[in-house]
Design a protein around this ligand. Structure first.
Ligand SMILES: C[S@@+](CC[C@H](N)C(=O)[O-])C[C@H]1O[C@@H](n2cnc3c(N)ncnc32)[C@H](O)[C@@H]1O
Length: 256
């Protein structure tokens, strides 16, 4: 294991990220955002967060744990901003740079290479449930946000013990734990909602599926593909059983 907390997550978020970039290059640039937003679910969820973060063109933004860069690319296209992306998996950072041309750095949430108060807002989507050191990640997010800056979160939460088989390396908090962690880091919750992960246009879903099919055609017999499929299948089953739910929140860092 290198950066992430399981080999299966490295296959899912590293190797498959590189394959996703390869498939988008074959299919066309209009496939990049839907393919790059796999971890964050739906366009409806991104819009909910962007509205409550009050994103506008002049803001300095961070996408923490940006994956392939789809959510940051969506923000750039929809809101005319240029988010900075930070993500531990090199293949994902490379894919994000090539597909969306955004400034991107290899970094874990717990050690962000930015000065205090560098950003007006940040979002962190599907990341806190992939790391056990959530308090460390939230402390860093608070440090790099300006006083009063807002944080948007998508977190897969589990309010009761999960039935196996579980995805490897994930660490899903309960909503109560998450609220405690946020207030422990000094954040004040302003809005929450349950995300509807299906809330994307039909064309968006078709394009994401086309990229999946292209990745499967090229790499379907490789062990990393099967490992990543197993991993995402387990998360999908827990979500469809209602054992996990996708929680959206917007919180403000302490003011001056
Ligand atoms: C479910 S994906 C979400 C990716 C992206 N935020 C999105 O919504 O499409 C989770 C991401 O968190 C990253 N990750 C895992 N542990 C991390 C950590 N300690 N710090 C920052 N990112 C991490 C993974 O590499 C992966 O790209």
């Amino acid at each position: 294991m290198t950066e992430l907390e399981s080999e299966a997550m490295e296959a899912e978020f590293g190797t498959v990220a590189g394959w996703t970039e390869e498939a988008v290059r074959v299919l066309g640039p209009e496939f990049a955002i839907p393919a790059g937003c796999r971890g964050s679910g739906s366009e409806g969820g991104l819009r909910w967060l962007a509205d409550r973060l009050r994103i506008d063109g002049g803001m300095r933004l961070l996408d923490d744990g940006s994956g392939v860069g789809g959510p940051a690319g969506w923000l750039a296209a929809e809101r005319g901003v240029r988010p900075v992306c930070a993500e531990p998996m090199e293949e994902a950072v490379r894919a994000g740079r090539h597909l969306f041309g955004l400034p991107s750095v290899v970094a874990v949430s717990q050690q962000l290479p930015f000065a205090d108060g560098s950003f007006d807002a940040a979002w962190c989507l599907g990341v806190l449930c992939t790391t056990s050191d959530k308090a460390g990640a939230l402390a860093e997010l608070r440090r790099v946000l300006r006083p009063g800056g807002r944080l948007g979160l998508l977190v897969f939460v589990a309010d009761r013990p999960l039935p196996p088989p579980l995805p490897q390396g994930n660490d899903f908090p309960s909503e109560a734990e998450l609220r405690q962690l946020l207030s422990g880091a000094g954040f004040r919750l302003e809005a929450t909602a349950d995300a509807d992960l299906g809330d994307s246009p039909e064309e968006w879903r078709e394009r994401a599926d086309a990229v999946d099919a292209e990745v499967a055609r090229r790499h379907g017999d490789e062990p990393a593909f099967q490992q990543a499929q197993e991993q995402s299948g387990r998360v999908g089953r827990l979500l469809s059983d209602g054992a996990l739910r996708a929680w959206l929140g917007v919180a403000a860092a302490p003011g001056r």
